[in-house]
Write a protein that binds this ligand. Structure first.
Ligand code: ADE
Ligand code: ZN
Ligand code: ZN
Length: 236
């Protein structure tokens, strides 16, 4: 996701933390919110010192296949990135500095896990090579899902999070079931559907928004509630 998607994810998650997780996170993040730190992993991208984390933002494997059955990238991917973050943050013997760094990375990566074009296929770099128009401006399928769609609402991240956070306890529990392996395959199935939603050169506008609004909102909501679940378990 772009900035708004990550902040929505962090803001929703913040509302569903246990007291214990909330205190631990507040201490590690010097009082900053999950929404605030959610974009950190993108802010360090341009710095060559952090280039090894680039591959952590996404995972590509053949459509129709499950992550666990796929050939893994030697550079790591979204799943190995999340696993590394969880291991380091959980370990009380990790340096505080590392726990802070990997916590911020984790908040971001759980967001990306729910952007369908980040659980994608390699041939077109998760839709980055599929050029389309968005309300007459040049874009691509990846970018449509990172930011064009979400920004078309003209809502702030707090407004969007409030809109998306209207779920019953029962619905929330249901959404929080499963593992990151289930969640990545779920995103990957949605991704396959999105490859049918637009072809190179398509002129996307209102119609696309109507048709895909539900998927966008569902993925943002899932990302937020599941981030809370991952953090609650981690600080248990
Ligand atoms: N580069 C290669 N594949 C990508 C993906 N799925 N998302 C973002 N960047 C990528
Ligand atoms: Zn992206
Ligand atoms: Zn990212």
């Amino acid at each position: 996701w772009g900035k708004t998607g990550h902040r929505v994810t962090g803001h929703i998650a913040q509302n569903h933390l246990t007291g214990k997780a909330k205190r631990a996170i507040k201490e590690l993040l010097d009082g900053h919110s999950l929404a605030y730190v959610s974009t950190f992993a993108d802010e360090i991208k341009a710095d060559r010192a952090y280039s090894k984390y680039f591959a952590w933002h996404f995972v590509n494997y053949p459509l129709g296949m499950r992550y666990e059955d796929s050939e893994k990238s030697k550079y790591g991917d979204l799943i190995t990135g999340i696993e590394t973050c969880v291991r380091i943050v959980k370990d009380k013997n990790s340096k505080r500095e590392d726990r802070v760094f990997y916590l911020k990375m984790l908040v971001h990566l759980i967001g990306d896990l729910h952007q369908p074009m980040h659980a994608s296929r390699a041939e077109d770099k998760g839709g980055n090579d599929i050029q389309v128009q968005w309300f007459g401006e040049g874009s691509n399928l990846h970018r449509v899902w990172d930011k064009n769609l979400i920004e078309s609402y003209g809502m702030t991240y707090t407004e969007l999070a409030t809109e998306l956070d209207q779920v019953s306890r029962k619905e929330r529990k249901k959404i929080q079931e499963g593992t990151i392996y289930d969640w990545v395959d779920e995103s990957h199935v949605i991704c396959a559907k999105l490859y049918d939603s637009a072809k190179v050169g398509d002129k996307l506008a209102y119609r696309y928004g109507y048709d895909y609004n539900d998927i966008l909102f569902q993925q943002l909501q899932r990302g937020g509630l599941r981030l809370a679940k991952v953090l609650n378990d981690l600080f248990e």
